[in-house]
Unconditional design. Structure first.
Length: 101
């Protein structure tokens, strides 16, 4: 059980496999916008490429601090941090940020 293939489940949700990804944004709030052009125009492609490059650069920079992890992996990381395993890494990251200005 719990895989979405049987009856309504505990919460009465849909039964069966999920075949469609839910929308990122609320469709009601997007009604007034025109549909996007497919394929996107040259300017849109350039804008998307620049945005992706900036996000990738930022995520690899010394200024990026990842969000806390939840679940079992997060519990292991929090336990490691409590034992001092990650504090040295965070101290080094802080020094890098301060040195960069």
């Amino acid at each position: 059980g719990g895989k979405g293939f049987s009856g309504g489940g505990v919460f009465g949700g849909p039964s069966g496999p999920i075949t469609e990804q839910p929308p990122i944004y609320n469709p009601e709030g997007m009604k007034h916008l025109p549909p996007p052009n497919h394929p996107p125009g040259r300017q849109d492609v350039e804008l998307i490429a620049h945005q992706r490059n900036l996000v990738n650069f930022w995520k690899r920079s010394c200024f990026h601090v990842p969000a806390p992890v939840s679940g079992s992996r997060g519990a292991a990381m929090r336990a490691s941090f409590a034992r001092g395993g990650m504090s040295a890494h965070l101290d080094m990251q802080q020094r890098e940020i301060m040195r960069a200005g």
